[in-house]
Ligand binder design. Structure first.
Ligand SMILES: Cc1cc2nc3c(=O)[nH]c(=O)nc-3n(C[C@H](O)[C@H](O)[C@H](O)COP(=O)(O)OP(=O)(O)OC[C@H]3O[C@@H](n4cnc5c(N)ncnc54)[C@H](O)[C@@H]3O)c2cc1C
Length: 382
């Protein structure tokens, strides 16, 4: 049987996350956006409520929730502010490669740390010269005795300045592309690791985004997460699991844009009547609702496939590509519904439009998602 009903536990989870967003995120979102400030105390409260890295297994101290639970939480947090939500969910982005490829000791230590304390972690693959072309990374890994030494730079890394550890992708030979890529867990305190400039962003300004610089950083053999050739696979398998979460963030933005637009359209009058009575406005709002609903279904399907253990690359990319593009359109339309007020910072919708843009860029651009989709489609027919 196909069942769209949430379980009682899931309904309770949504209600906790919704209340938290209402009480703790919405009141400070505009200020965090204006000052480009991440509210660490809010993160700690979210952590105490079990809203951070909910998928860590119980044997490592986590709640052992499924991916559906995870995307439900993300949508609620994103309704309040996708900047704050992105920094919270970046911990899951960093934890996922360890869930996929970590050995017992690594899982106990690093997943255990996230479950035990409200600390941050980061996932670092992007470099100044390699974003979409992730196999083109140049950060070098050199074996010295039993250890590895890393040299390079990782840019645009969420939580870079505040992370206690990083999953870093590096190569033993850039010419070998994906065949030589490895993955390492690198502690923040490692000598040679420093943080470069913090980015001044267009949107999602509450999240911390900065460069990680690695200069002769020694990584013990125990912190090798994936060997030569395996690192790239782990990076891609991670995205299969985390892209639906970007779709969930898109759902949060769209639901917020929709609700703000409906309320405003019922109040604002032009030509002697509420703008909600003009068909052009009604149609914009109907389109917003369709896009929200369609994205949510795709996100939940992609998450359900993860929980079932099925391969979900194509559906993960559907949910990310469709959701990100839809959120950008819906947030832009919300500004349109608000007219001149929509363009002003006094109203909440211009922030949604700025925040939505990066959904089409990070964790694979909208173009890269279409490349993944096309590749998978053609593979099915070969
Ligand atoms: C706020 C923010 C947070 C981020 N957080 C992280 C993080 O935590 N960890 C991390 O590792 N990275 C992170 N990133 C990096 C992000 O994943 C990359 O910016 C993204 O993958 C795009 O890479 P790029 O910026 O190098 O763009 P490019 O790869 O230079 O792409 C430029 C344009 O060309 C298009 N393009 C490129 N190649 C093709 C092609 N073959 N066919 C068609 N079009 C193509 C792209 O779609 C894009 O429109 C973050 C980025 C931002 C903005």
């Amino acid at each position: 049987m196909l069942d769209f009903e949430l379980t009682e536990e899931q309904q309770a989870l949504v209600s906790t996350a919704r209340q938290f967003t209402k009480d703790r995120i919405i009141p400070i979102a505009a200020e965090c956006d204006q000052h480009s400030k991440f509210p660490v105390d809010v993160f700690k409260q979210a952590w105490e409520l079990g809203l951070v890295t909910p998928g860590i297994e119980e044997k490592y101290g986590g709640a052992g929730m499924g991916e559906i639970d995870n995307v439900l939480i993300t949508e609620e947090l994103a309704y309040g502010c996708t900047g704050i939500q992105t920094s919270i969910t970046a911990n899951t982005l960093a934890a996922t490669p360890i869930m996929i490829a970590g050995n017992e000791d690594q899982k106990k230590k690093y997943l255990g740390m996230l479950a035990r304390e409200p600390v941050f972690a980061a996932y670092a693959i992007t470099e100044p010269g390699a974003g979409s072309d992730a196999a083109g990374i140049q950060c070098r890994a050199r074996k010295v005795g039993d250890d590895w030494v890393l040299n390079g730079q990782k840019c645009f890394i969420t939580n870079a300045s505040i992370a206690s550890w990083y999953v870093v992708f590096a190569t033993t030979n850039p010419e070998g592309r994906h065949k030589n890529i490895m993955a390492f867990i690198v502690d923040r305190e490692s000598p040679g690791l420093s943080i470069g400039k913090k980015e001044d962003k267009m949107g999602q300004r509450a999240s911390d985004t900065a460069t990680v610089i690695l200069e002769d950083v020694k990584v013990p053999a125990a912190n090798v997460l994936a060997g030569e050739g395996e690192g790239f696979k782990v990076a891609m398998q991670t995205f299969d699991r985390t892209r639906p979460d970007i779709g969930a963030g898109a759902c949060g933005i769209m639901r917020r844009a929709l609700e703000e637009s409906i309320r405003y359209a019922l109040e604002r009058k032009t030509f002697g009547t509420a703008i909600a009575n003009h068909q052009a406005v009604q149609f914009m709002i109907a389109e917003m609702a369709i896009k929200y609903e369609a994205t949510r279904l795709m996100v939940h399907k992609a998450a359900w496939m993860i929980d079932k253990g099925s391969r979900n690359s194509i559906v993960a990319s559907y949910s990310k590509a469709f959701g990100a593009d839809a959120a950008m359109q819906v947030a832009t339309d919300a500004v349109q519904v608000f007219g001149g007020n929509g363009f002003m910072k006094e109203y909440p919708v211009e922030k949604l439009m700025r925040d939505a843009k990066v959904l089409q860029i990070y964790e694979g651009t909208s173009q890269v998602q279409r490349m993944v989709i096309a590749k998978n489609l053609f593979a099915m027919f070969k």
